[in-house]
Design a protein around this ligand. Structure first.
Ligand code: PA5
Length: 445
């Protein structure tokens, strides 16, 4: 099996190979900080060797639990937010049939909840689940996050009223801290099957733990292959050499940042990668955006966004660069037919695969962007399958750790996320927030 590739030639109009190489000593230092656990946030490095240290017995336990839910449920709802949902969502959307929700197959439909506080969203989900055999995977490392807690309370009550409390407890799986938090206590009291999120693995680095692996296995995908791909990337991103793709990507994007490119757009030409972009945005946004520093991570889906964001990217403020995800092979084959009347003028591409046109849209756009002052890094992915997704996940995680240290921040905390919570709790008059409630009411007068 091949490895994904990283091409950086299209950044040389903005930063030269020499500019990137000047970061070598800093990259070496960042790698040392990661491998020797001597940098900021060094108690959150558990993700580093997950692909090679996860015991076979855990993978088997996850597979067995997934098989049980697959056999017993028409639908499984994964409840979680941020790092407790985006990785699984990204992988499942990349691998699923796009129209799976409408297909009459035997797989349980996998839904997500708890990643918003949408009243209509929750109503409509529960309306769909009414009378159906469903299970719940509730995921929260802290076990106290408000958004998933609300969704879980609603879904748990609904499940219990449909099948009874005892049966419901067999259809709920909780993934949380080993000891702390309300969810651990509830799981213990109700006798739910549980999996542990280790202290040393932060939410956005947790897709290769049960957090991501269980939902992915429930959706029917090969988690061993995912781990195999990740393990390959783990092994090839240890040394500070030109073969270390994570180091190359981290150095290149930081050289661009230092040259004034403050925004990075992750671009896909395959709609199946939309949620991979969402996962990546969280990974880089929460890891790097602190101390008033950090590349702003955005994502676009092309060709769709060539007809919306395309204008800005080509011609707006020149503070952006892009990282393009190029998938080499499609899963299916669709040939553009010849039409005798040719009223749409498309006969010049008749006989071609749809993807040949897509690839020319991609190449044409990348060249236009270079000419327009938007450097691009290209990540070449041989195919969208578990193995390469595993490589991509580990690649981006490792590069994120290196990048955070190049930037001089702690890539593994997220102190800024607490500010909205404090205000929300004050506004909702949560017990324990009396002083904040008084202050916020005064401010809103
Ligand atoms: O990356 C992170 O740590 C966060 O995005 C968390 O995953 C998110 O806030 C959810 O937290 P929890 O799993 O504790 O409910």
């Amino acid at each position: 099996m091949k490895e994904i590739q990283v091409n950086i030639q299209n950044v040389y109009q903005t930063v030269s190979p020499a500019d990137i190489r000047t970061l070598d000593p800093e990259v070496a230092e960042s790698l040392t900080k990661i491998h020797n656990a001597t940098g900021l946030g060094n108690d959150f490095l558990g993700w580093l060797d997950l692909p090679t240290r996860t015991p076979e017995s855990l993978i088997e336990d996850i597979k067995d639990t997934a098989e049980r839910l697959r056999n017993e449920c028409e639908a499984v709802v994964c409840v979680g937010i941020g790092g407790s949902y985006l990785g699984a969502k990204a992988v499942i959307e990349a691998l699923n049939n796009t129209f799976d929700a409408y297909l009459p197959n035997n797989n349980p439909k996998v839904f997500f909840a708890g990643h918003n506080i949408g009243e209509d969203y929750l109503y409509e989900l529960m309306d769909y689940l009414k009378g159906k055999k469903f299970g719940i995977i509730v995921i929260s490392k802290s076990g106290t996050t408000t958004e998933p807690a609300i969704a879980f309370r609603l879904l748990k009550e609904m499940l219990e009223s449909q099948v009874g409390r005892e049966r419901a407890s067999q259809l709920i799986v909780a993934i949380t801290d080993a000891r702390r938090g309300a969810l651990r206590q509830l799981a213990t009291e109700e006798g739910y099957k549980t999996f542990v999120i280790e202290d040393s693995v932060g939410g956005r680095f947790s897709v290769l733990t049960p957090v991501g692996l269980l939902p992915i296995a429930v959706a029917g995908y090969d988690i061993a292959k995912l781990m195999e791909g990740a393990a390959r990337m783990q092994k090839s991103t240890v040394n500070n050499s030109t073969d270390n793709l994570a180091a190359l990507y981290a150095a290149t994007r930081n050289a661009l940042y230092r040259a004034g490119k403050k925004i990075e757009i992750l671009v896909n030409y395959n709609p199946k990668l939309h949620f991979f972009g969402e996962w990546w945005k969280q990974l880089y946004g929460e890891s790097e955006g602190k101390d008033h520093k950090g590349i702003f991570p955005a994502a676009v889906d092309n060709s769709t966004d060539l007809h919306s964001m395309g204008q800005w990217i080509q011609d707006g403020e020149r503070t952006i660069f892009e990282t393009v995800l190029s998938v080499e092979e499609t899963r299916h084959s669709v040939i553009i037919p010849k039409d005798d009347a040719n009223l749409d003028g498309l006969n010049y591409i008749a006989g071609k695969h749809v993807d040949e046109v897509n690839k020319m849209a991609e190449l044409g756009t990348r060249l236009a962007h270079v000419d327009g002052g938007v450097p691009n890094i290209q990540i070449v992915i041989p195919a969208l399958n578990e193995y390469y997704l595993g490589q991509m996940i580990y690649f981006f995680e490792k590069a994120c750790g290196i990048s955070g240290y190049l930037l001089g921040v702690n890539p593994f905390n997220q102190p800024g996320v607490e500010n909205y919570k404090r205000n929300m709790f004050a506004l909702l008059e949560k017990p324990g927030y009396e002083a904040e409630t008084e202050a916020i009411k005064e401010r809103l007068k």
